[in-house]
Every structure is written in structure tokens, then in C-alpha cells.
Design a protein around this ligand. Sequence first.
Ligand code: GLA
Length: 392
Amino acid sequence: MMVDEERALRAHQERFGPHEQVFTAPARVNLIGEHTDYTGGLVMPMAIEFLTTAVLSSRQDGRAVFYSENYGEEVSIDLDSLERTPRGHWSDYPVGVVWVLKQQGVSLSGFSMTLWGDVPLGAGLSSSASVQVATALALLKHAGMMLPLEQLANVCRRAENEYVGAKTGIMDQFVVAGGVAHRAMLLDCRSMQFELLPLPEDVRVVICNSMVKHQLANGEYGDRRDEVEAGQAVLQRERPQIKLLRDATLADLDACADKMTAASLARCRHIVTENARVLEAREALLQSDMVRFGKLMVAAHASFRDDFGASCDEVDSLVEIALQQPGCYGSRITGGGFGGCTVNLVRADMTEEFVGHLRSRYLAATGIAADCFVCAPSDGALALMAAKDGLK
Ligand code: GLA
């Protein structure tokens, strides 16, 4: 996990010549508050120090040329005739940002961009938001403009929803752009207000990759969202004061239970209880009560597994093994689901032992060697940009 800007700059120089812009964006992990964002709910993610770097220089032929140093591939498009043509390819993410900026009337002249990042792919750590935010910042600067946090995050979310075709919420793009070092971010996805919360010094966030890959643009994430939205539509119809699932209580849900499918009922129950858990997790953090925070994570995982139906056997076993280790306060799946990573809160002085045991027991149980990362909350792309500007 290192800022590998050098490699991106070198690759750009070799292929395209001297650069004009360079922007970096981190990844994210969500501590608690899963699948709540697209119904106006509460989430508590933090930015983590895996980075994507976007290096840009102008070109005169009206083309947008993207080179991925990760994939060793180049993609070239004509800016004037750009249409929505996602290909299920890495280039959909940066091209999607170009497409949205053009839709929003931003005038872009030709450019070459090199992308390089160390965010694990398909692990639920938001490699896509990391690419999109770094790309968007470089393109905005190229167009001679800047956008405030919420609008920047929205450009990237639109690229994901409308160009790539993954029906995600706003959490990832928002925290990747707006995260702050040493702080978790409690984001209210209805008001878009956020609060930065410190994590106690003697706790570490350990991320463990089950190595089961997930893909948001594949059906399952979208299927869950459809089930949730169908349930939300019933609540809206039956109880006009409910504008978003966020406004509903368990009593509302019970009262409408026979008007929705069993799947919608269970998905919505996960979300209603999860919003309450996020608020309680905030209290726990403010009191540095990690035991309470950990219990909420365990309850969140059970709800995600049983009501939301979006975990998988490998991830469940990773969580189970983690909870048997001394010094582990809590463990749960993080991100969109169906694989990817767990997030674990562990006593700082027991982290090494935790990682060692977890890896060997997971290997014995599943035959899979998990990657584990000890992470601290890091700066988002805007704070990284500000810090760099300060150095100039
Ligand atoms: C993915 C999406 C987010 C959010 C999470 C689940 O990361 O991009 O918008 O819905 O899944 O909490």
C-alpha cells in the first residue's frame, strides 16, 4: 500500500510525454451501514490508503486516450462522437466519467490519461470509485474547473449508474472523494450531511479478502436493490409520510408485511435495522466503546447474511474464524456483498497474531489463502489534492 505515483508518471512519460495533471484517489472500506445508501440511509465508511493515480496531458486530435498500466492496454475514443457504449471493460469507468461530464455540458478537449492503482479488484473496496474520482479530478482540472464534494461524487455515481450500468448508491464515491485521515465518516445519504468520527488509537481496522470476487455490474447487487425498492414502493403507497425506506420503522414494515414479497420484507428489515445500528455505532465510537461497536458489527453481519441474503459461505467462515480470535471486537462483510472482504476491528497489540491465525485457519477451512491488510482511515482525494497544493 504505497503511493505509487512514480510508476504512473513514468508510464505516462514513456507513452505520451510530459504530463500536465496528476491526481490520486484512495479506496474505501465500510465499517457499518450496508446497502442503506440508495434508500437515503446511514453509512459509516472510511477512505483507506490504496491509491489510484490518474496522469493527464493534452492532445490535439480531439481524442480521449486512456492507458491502464495495470492492464497494459490502451483505449482511444473520439470525444465528439462519444455515445453510451459500455463494454464490461476497465475503460468503462473512466470513459463513463467523460460521458457524464459531457452530458453535464463540460467542454473537454483531447487528452491522454494514464491510470495506475493498487486497489484490489473485485474485493469490495471500491476500485471503481477510486478510478472514477481520480479520473474526474484530472478531467475537471483539464477543463479548467473544479466541483464541490457532493457534485463531484454525483458525477462519479452517475458514471457508475448510467454508463457502467451498476445501480450503486453514493457512499463509495463520496468517501473516496471526501474522506479525512484518522476519521471514519458517518454519512446521511438523505441529507448528504456527514460527521467525522475518530477511531480509538488502540484499535486497528483489518481487512481480509475472502478472494471470492464480486462484480457490481453483474445481476446480484441490482437484484437486491430491486427487491428493496419494491418494498419501499409498498411503504410509500401505504404510508404517504414515508418518502424513503429511511423514514420507515419496523412497525411500518410489519403493518405492510402482507403487501410485499417475503424477499422484499426481509431486505427492507435488514435496512431498517441497519440504519439503527449505524446510529448506535456512532454512540459507541463517541464513547470509545469498542466492545459495543463490535457487537453491532456482528449483528450487522447476521442481518446481511440472513435478511439481506447477500453473503457467501467463504465470507461467513472468515467472519466466524475472526470472532474466535482473541482481541477481535467485531467482524462483518463489507461492501456490496456476494464475496469480497470482511472488515474486522482488532486490538492494536494483537493484530499480528490475529492476521496469522485468521489466514491459517481460513486456509485450512477453505483451501484459500486470504490477503489481509491492516488499514488506517486515510485522506480522500480532495484532501490529498489540498495537501499537494499546499506543498507547491
Ligand atoms: C457498493 C455500492 C455502494 C453501497 C454498497 C453496499 O459498494 O457501490 O453504493 O450500496 O455496495 O453498502
